[in-house]
Design a protein around this ligand. Structure first.
Ligand code: R5P
Length: 259
């Protein structure tokens, strides 16, 4: 791997802990003004100091995030669908030149394995991997599940491994209770981070993060379970303590509660 790509990756995944807390706030690209993110800057900017990277669209960056912020950007470059229609119908919306102008540390799009537009989304991922390779920009592949697909180890291993085989540098997938270690195994040396998914009770979300890193995930790319919490800063700090400091779920929950 070239120096530039390694350097960008090491801005996202802490080289000392091998872990990363990515803050996912790209939901508006198909959900519009998602609960908690209507005033995106007001929610995100106070929490940024505790995140390792920010996953976001170019429009949200320009509108709500000051260009003086120093966190690496994982730029969402796909879109084209909405919650009103078929979710897998994505295209690449943001060019590699735009990602470079924005100073993105990585680019990302979703892959809907088993979805109606499976081939197109796999094509999207392949394209951004090829374009990113020209400029040393790594790619985070997101295994999106759409509305109907089952999130079990068999499916998540299939989807994640396809992303690895196509050349993704990081894979974002979901945690599953049975066989998550198989998902990790399917990805070889490619770092795996978990999405948080729909908002659940805080202790359960922290427990999920804990189990994921214990079973080999290099961290989380969490959104709703942070920005839809009653204490977003507390959740951010608690998740960070699990990922980087290996604290217990009880200790992390206390961090959340004390905020
Ligand atoms: C999908 O909308 C995006 O890729 C999100 O960034 C991803 O789902 C992570 O966010 P959450 O933790 O809310 O699931």
């Amino acid at each position: 791997m070239e120096w530039g790509m390694r350097n960008r990756l090491s801005r996202i995944i802490n080289p000392h802990t091998g872990r990363s807390v990515m803050f996912a706030v790209d939901h508006g690209y198909f959900q519009g003004p998602t609960t908690g993110l209507a005033d995106l800057g007001r929610m995100v900017n106070p929490l940024l100091g505790f995140a390792d990277a920010l996953m976001i669209t170019r429009g949200a960056l320009r509108n709500w995030i000051p260009p003086t912020m120093d966190k690496p950007v994982v730029l969402r470059v796909s879109g084209g669908q909405s919650i009103l229609k078929e979710l897998s119908n994505e295209i690449i919306t943001t060019s590699i030149e735009e990602a470079i102008r924005i100073n993105a540390s990585a680019i990302t799009c979703s892959v809907y394995v088993g979805g109606e537009y499976e081939k197109e989304t796999i094509g999207n991922l392949s394209r951004i991997i090829n374009e990113g390779a020209m400029y040393g920009i790594p790619v985070l592949a997101v295994t999106a599940v759409g509305k109907d697909l089952v999130r079990d180890a068999r499916y998540l291993s299939l989807a994640s491994r396809i992303c690895v085989e196509l050349g993704a540098h990081m894979v974002k997938t979901y945690f599953c209770e049975d066989g998550f270690d198989k998902v990790i195994e399917a990805c070889g040396d490619v770092p795996v981070i978990i999405a948080g998914g729909k908002k659940i009770e805080e202790r359960a979300a922290l427990g999920m993060a804990k189990k994921a890193v214990e079973q080999g995930a290099c961290g989380v790319d969490m959104g709703r379970n942070i920005f839809q919490s009653d204490r977003p800063l507390g959740m951010m700090k608690a998740v960070r303590a699990i990922v980087h400091d290996n604290v217990s779920v009880d200790e992390a929950y206390t961090i959340y509660r004390n905020e």
